[in-house]
Ligand binder design. Structure first.
Ligand code: IPE
Ligand code: IPE
Ligand code: MG
Length: 246
């Protein structure tokens, strides 16, 4: 019997995900790593739909890091091909689902085909008003801070938290409320270093290709049980709960 979806007292506005574990998923099946990445695309399709159904407003996924260029060249070219193919295949569906696509990261070093695909995918979905999907590709948190600082300096503005925040690559959305990393590792790996200052962290042992609706619901349920204090005390942010415990 299909498990019914749990009632969530609160849903994070912005969920960010480090989609890790594709290589291990493939290795366990004696498949090439790129087969794991291909399955990872299927998992992302499922996750996009599930997040939209649950009322998430912004989903940001880490698809290729600044450091992933250091992988074997056949894996890097396999990932580039996969992105270009996925864009051609998926953009019409994203468009009809009302999803607005953004690519976040450096476009330097990407092929003309990939660059053209990114630009077309963004343009095709620009008028959509549903969930925002940020795909971080050729992205690094340090790159983001450095490019923001360079833009602020070029504009001749004073370097403040506000001016830097406005120049960061995700300035079009609020900071992530929940950061999920699949694949069992508990590290940031140069993802959203600036934006995750107050995100709740959730580490899942599921490999990314196996991260299904139930695994997403576990993360959302854990989030709903967290108390976000942003530096304040528990009594300040949840006076009723603190009185009940006193
Ligand atoms: C994440 O899966 C996808 C990318 C980094 C592109 P991995 O390829 O890192 O999978 P593991 O960690 O080797 O299992
Ligand atoms: C992080 O995963 C990058 C992406 C998921 C795109 P990695 O597999 O590259 O991270 P490390 O090398 O294990 O830290
Ligand atoms: Mg990995």
């Amino acid at each position: 019997m299909k498990k019914s979806r749990p009632q969530l007292p609160s849903v994070p506005h912005h969920v960010a995900i480090v989609m890790d574990g594709n290589g291990r998923w493939a290795h366990r099946r004696l498949l090439p790593r790129v087969a794991g990445h291909r399955q990872g695309v299927e998992s992302l399709r499922r996750c996009i739909r599930a997040c939209a159904e649950r009322g998430v407003k912004v989903l940001t996924v880490f698809a290729f890091s600044s450091e992933n260029w250091n992988r074997p060249s056949d894996e890097v070219s396999g990932l580039m091909d996969l992105l270009a193919t996925a864009l051609t295949r998926e953009v019409p569906e994203l468009k009809s689902a009302g999803i607005r696509l953004h690519f976040v990261g450096s476009r330097t070093g990407l092929s003309d085909r990939v660059r053209a695909g990114l630009t077309a995918g963004e343009a095709e979905t620009a008028d959509n008003s549903g969930m925002v999907l940020n795909v971080c590709f050729n992205y690094g948190g340090r790159w983001d801070i450095a490019q923001a600082a360079a833009r602020v300096a070029e504009a001749g503005e004073p370097m403040t938290e506000e001016s830097l925040g406005r120049a960061m690559a995700l300035a079009h959305v609020p900071d992530p409320d929940l950061l999920i990393r699949t694949g069992g590792e508990q590290r940031i790996s140069n993802f959203l270093l600036w934006q995750c200052a107050y995100s709740e962290l959730f580490f899942s042992d599921h490999l990314w290709p196996e991260f299904d609706e139930a695994a997403l619901d576990d993360a959302l349920m854990a989030f709903a049980q967290r108390e976000r204090r942003f530096g304040k005390t528990s009594a300040q942010v949840a006076p009723n709960r603190s009185q009940a415990l006193a």
